[in-house]
Design a protein. Structure first.
Lengths: 286, 320, 329
């Protein structure tokens, strides 16, 4: 930890894995890999390293390798979008609250505390349940709406996590001399926030944002295990949920998505840590 | 002066409880259909009207909330409705709550015991091999979700080796070993991630403490390293650790949903899940209310526990 | 003359990201039994590191220590940590600069004093409490009984320093290291603490090493003085000899930077210009040359050795003060 090297082998590995899985997520459909929905009836429960099915086939006949590539798209897509939107709303609230203080700040802060008082998963589940209720309760909820509901719910979970960090960081920065100086020069609040506070808060937010990506990926997978994740069980979490059903005879259907998910979360957590460490060192030098 | 502080803190937390439960009842208003329709899918319009009145949904959002609150305070957490009958949430909680409580308690004990040992040791050996190995291994484990660990444990220990049962819960009365046999895997799955995060917190604070003059002072008194670590350095370093542990209590009581489902422990977390998937909104509101009360109560407890661990904060607070 | 502590050819280096940092370079120093020796220098001169290393309190993977330390006839540098530890408290003890940070914030004053008595002297709980109260009155703390249950944060700076002294002397050490014992205190309290220390030294027949940046503190409280600069001893003499017959321009500069009551108001206090040299690279010439007002070409070219002027007076300077040599002023 005390080394001065910024980038170590694990950092490159983490970065490499994320680039690789993002590549799969973006260009997955263009790769010469069969669709994950193709059913390989002759290869049911095939073990890994079977010709044509590197990672084996699950008991429904789905190729696990194709599933992983497709799952990367959904898991990462949901995670990055959610953290992006949640981070934006959270930091908007947090930074303005820290800057303007007063009643607005206490309302925002209380709101964050209220949301944080409810366990992540309970909150997400409750929101999914309420938002995905149809007018006609017997009619199935369309896929796009279930996906949107899921993402809104996860966004609500993320907002206070990142918002709180943004608020804490903005609080320390808005007390600094250069902000006071800018104020005394008669600069407009919006300008001060945008030019002086946001650039300083942003690096911390990005670092914590990486950790939040991990939180969302795990939350989505947990929801999948409970049957309300990304529809059709196509995400990594959905694959784990399906693999769970016949883990006795076909454990690799469980192992591969778990490994993909764990590697991704380890990578985002590690990159978040590295960024944080760099920021701390920069702070220490100031 | 401390009483004032206590009341101030308590009122802040009561506001949180109020907002959480009131938010829940607002969610109820968001549903595009009448909750009575969901709760009694096969009931007649008269029955539904009766239910709407009984729950208080005809009184508007505030009237409903007041009714719910007055019943909640008296220990009536509402009913769960299913075809052909209903069951009081409180009677289900009598079964579920002890399960979650034991689960949480064992998890915290295991996680804290391991984290304290590992955190103190790796801070003592900071920068050396033991520290690096501990930190890296824990980092990897902290990134693996609990359910993944649970599933792998089930597969290896439960299914392949058949050492432990993979499902169900047994109370103490069924035998101590029976009880623990069913708890080992859920507790392990929940505690691995906690061990990692607790160890990290303690290690960081402990490293900072070990650089303090009073540690050098203790060394110059001729005390053994062990005594310095445990008697002099541990306590001032443990505030963050215990704060974070206490804040996890509420989440462990009601948020261990996936683990409780995988191992069929059926504690409070599972009740929450059942309430959500069965659309038992009144039950859900009461359960979420209870969980947030837990969160808040442990918040207050930790505030005062910190005063015991670090006496400096006792007076600092008054000045604030 | 018997020595209680003898440091020979001590080198201390720290491993840092920027390379090896040489904090102490080839220092040899003897502390005679029953005497009080001052180690003087600016912050960063290596005096604190020297005293901690002599006691063996510097540990960790980043410290490189060479040299020999003999305490009371025992060679500390070849002993195990366990054996060295047995000398602490009863043999050597230390007082730290900042009593705020050197007392454990979460433990009661009574516990912190009694701990040494119980562990190092094996006293019973009761005996330890009785002795603690004696010690507290010995360091002139009013109402020692009430002090037992207090936490350090409830005390004033002077009181805390007295508590720390009580801890240090609790096992009647033969040698007391006092590392800037008065720096963090108010001026009025400073003299009280110094007085207390020299009274205790006489009473308990301790030897003392007084580490300070203040030549004024050294003047009245020590028998010998060693002046350190950039990790080296640059001048060393019996205290009276040093003040009467200063050889080293650095010592003179240190003395000039002390305010005195005789100073005219409005006259500026002398400041030593410049900064300590970078400890990661040793200069070829005299370490003080870049800041010395009397610097000569030879000073930057060759490193001066420590020479003996007689009367136990050692100095490290090519052109010592008081010799008739043309100086550029």
């Amino acid at each position: 930890m005390s080394t001065n090297k910024t980038y170590t082998v694990p950092t490159y590995a983490a970065f490499g894995w994320l680039t690789f899985s993002t590549f799969l997520a973006v260009f997955g459909p263009l790769l010469p890999v069969e669709s994950f929905r193709t059913i390989h009836g002759d290869f049911l429960d095939a073990k890994p390293f079977t010709a044509g099915h590197w990672f084996g086939v699950d008991s429904n006949g789905y190729d696990i390798f194709s599933g992983i590539i497709n799952g990367a798209r959904l898991s990462l897509f949901v995670a990055f979008i959610t953290v992006g939107i949640g981070g934006f709303i959270g930091s908007l609230l947090g930074i303005t609250a820290a800057y303007y203080r007063g009643r607005y700040d206490s309302i925002v802060n209380t709101a964050f505390n209220v949301v944080l008082a409810v366990p992540n998963l309970v909150l997400a589940l409750a929101l999914v349940a309420v938002l995905a209720t149809n007018v006609d309760i017997n009619e199935a909820v369309p896929t796009w709406r279930r996906l949107a509901t899921l993402m809104i719910s996860l966004t609500v979970v993320i907002i206070p996590i990142l918002g709180r960090i943004a608020r804490a960081s903005a609080l320390t920065w808005s007390g600094r001399e250069f902000v006071v100086a800018a104020r005394s020069m008669g600069m407009r609040d919006r300008h001060i926030i945008w030019r002086h506070i946001v650039p300083n808060v942003l690096p911390v937010l990005i670092a914590v944002g990486f950790l939040a990506v991990g939180v969302v990926i795990i939350a989505e997978a947990s929801l999948s295990l409970l049957g309300v994740g990304i529809p059709d069980g196509a995400s990594w979490g959905g694959m784990i949920a399906r693999g769970r059903n016949d883990l006795e005879y076909n454990p690799h259907a469980l192992y591969f998505p778990i490994i993909a998910l764990a590697l991704t979360v380890i990578s985002t957590n590690h990159l978040g840590d590295v960024l944080r460490g760099r920021l701390d060192r920069r702070e220490a030098r100031l | 002066m401390r009483a004032t502080y206590f009341l101030q803190r308590l009122s802040q937390l009561l506001i949180v409880i109020f907002c959480v439960t009131f938010g829940c009842s607002l969610l109820l208003q968001l549903i595009p259909v009448s909750p009575a329709e969901i709760l009694l899918p096969v009931g007649s319009p008269e029955e539904r009207a009766l239910l709407t009145k009984e729950i208080g949904l005809d009184r508007g959002p505030i009237g409903y909330y007041v009714k719910w609150l007055s019943e909640f305070v008296r220990g009536d957490f509402g009913d769960i409705y299913y075809s052909g009958g209903r069951e009081a949430v409180s009677s289900r909680l009598v079964v579920a709550f002890p399960r979650s409580l034991w689960l949480m308690l064992y998890t915290q004990i295991v996680a804290l015991a391991a984290a304290i040992a590992l955190g103190v040791w790796s801070a003592y050996r900071v920068g050396r091999r033991a520290d690096k190995v501990i930190s890296n291994v824990l980092f990897v484990f902290s990134s693996i979700p609990g359910f993944a660990i649970a599933l792998v444990l089930v597969l290896i220990i439960g299914v392949r080796l058949q050492w432990l049962p993979t499902l169900d819960y047994q109370p103490y009365s069924a035998g101590v070993w029976e009880h623990f046999k069913h708890m080992i895997m859920p507790v392990l799955s929940l505690s691995v991630g906690l061990i990692a995060s607790y160890t990290r917190l303690l290690r960081a604070d402990m490293i900072a403490t070990l650089r303090e003059d009073y540690i050098t002072m203790a060394a110059s008194k001729g005390l053994s390293d062990r005594r310095i670590l445990w008697r002099h350095a541990f306590r001032p370093s443990s505030v963050t650790l215990f704060t974070s542990a206490a804040l996890n209590m509420g989440g462990l009581i009601g948020g261990a949903i996936v683990i409780e489902t995988i191992f069929a422990t059926y504690g409070v977390g599972f009740e929450v899940f059942a309430a959500i998937s069965g659309r038992q909104y009144i039950a859900l509101q009461s359960l979420v209310g209870l969980i947030s009360i837990f969160y808040v109560v442990f918040n207050v407890i930790v505030d005062f526990a910190v005063g015991f661990v670090d006496p400096r904060t006792r007076d600092r607070r008054v000045n604030k | 003359m018997n020595t209680i502590l003898s440091i020979a050819a001590m080198n201390i280096k720290f491993v840092t990201p920027r390379g090896l940092l040489e904090a102490v370079h080839e220092v040899s120093l003897d502390i005679p039994v029953g005497s009080s020796v001052g180690i003087v220098g600016e912050s960063g001169s290596g005096k604190t590191v020297l005293s901690r290393a002599a006691m063996g309190l510097l540990s960790g993977s980043t410290v490189r220590r060479e040299g020999k330390v003999v305490f009371d006839g025992k060679e500390l540098t070849t002993m195990t940590r366990e054996q060295v530890r047995n000398e602490f408290g009863t043999g050597m003890a230390m007082i730290f600069q900042d009593p705020m940070t050197a007392l454990n914030p979460v433990r009661r004053v009574g516990t912190q004093i009694a701990e040494s008595l119980r562990i190092r002297l094996g006293m019973s709980k009761k005996a330890a409490v009785v002795r603690t109260i004696e010690l507290l009155s010995l360091v002139q703390i009013p109402d020692p009984q009430a002090m037992l249950r207090k936490f350090p944060y409830q005390l004033s700076g002077g009181m805390r320093q007295r508590v720390m002294i009580a801890i240090a002397i609790s096992c009647s050490p033969k040698l007391l290291f006092a590392d800037e014992p008065t720096t963090a205190l108010d001026v009025t309290v400073q003299s009280q603490i110094l007085q207390l220390l020299s009274d205790l030294r006489r009473e308990l027949k301790m030897s003392m090493v007084l580490v300070t940046h203040d030549l004024g503190v050294v003047a009245g409280n020590t028998d010998y003085v060693a002046v350190m600069y950039a990790g080296e001893i640059v001048e060393q003499a019996p205290t009276s000899e040093l003040f009467a017959n200063m050889k080293m321009p650095y010592t003179e500069a240190l003395l000039k930077s002390i305010p005195t009551i005789h100073m005219q108001s409005g006259k500026r206090l002398a400041v030593i210009e410049g900064r300590l040299p970078d400890p990661t690279s040793r200069l070829q010439g005299c370490s003080f040359a870049p800041r010395c007002p009397y610097v000569q070409p030879k000073c930057t070219a060759e490193h001066p050795p420590l020479v003996n002027a007689g009367n136990d007076h050692l100095y490290r300077c090519w052109f010592p003060l008081g010799q008739t040599i043309a100086r550029k002023q």
